[in-house]
Design a protein around this ligand. Sequence first.
Ligand code: 5GP
Ligand code: ZN
Length: 115
Amino acid sequence: MQQACLFCRIIGYDTPAEFVHEDDLLVAFKDLRPQAPVHLLICPRKHIPTLNDLMPEDNALIGHIFQVVKKLAMQSNIHQKGYRTVFNVNAGAGQSVYHLHLHLLGGRMFSWPPG
Ligand code: 5GP
Ligand code: ZN
């Protein structure tokens, strides 16, 4: 827990968020500025700044993130039409909060390549 970290504060209930999933390893909540009708952030409880800081002992966590994504995509009914999952890593990819989180986006068409 890093008091200066926005997502640590959300996980610690110091900053409000609209949670859609909570378990021992991670939480998921709605993005404050959604870029699609469904825009969820899946966020480990452990403070890991970026994907570059991932350790071998985090492998189970990463697997679990994608199991939760699958569940949330089905719950949101975006699993058949399609959805996108994104880890932004560092400033060049647009990362603005330095606590690892996976974006789950759906409910509209997405273009490729991304901007
Ligand atoms: P990043 O840019 O780091 O990949 O993603 C950070 C995301 O966090 C952005 O999509 C942004 O809209 C979202 N965000 C920023 N501040 C808050 C907040 O206080 N609450 C919630 N729920 N989302 C936030
Ligand atoms: Zn944090």
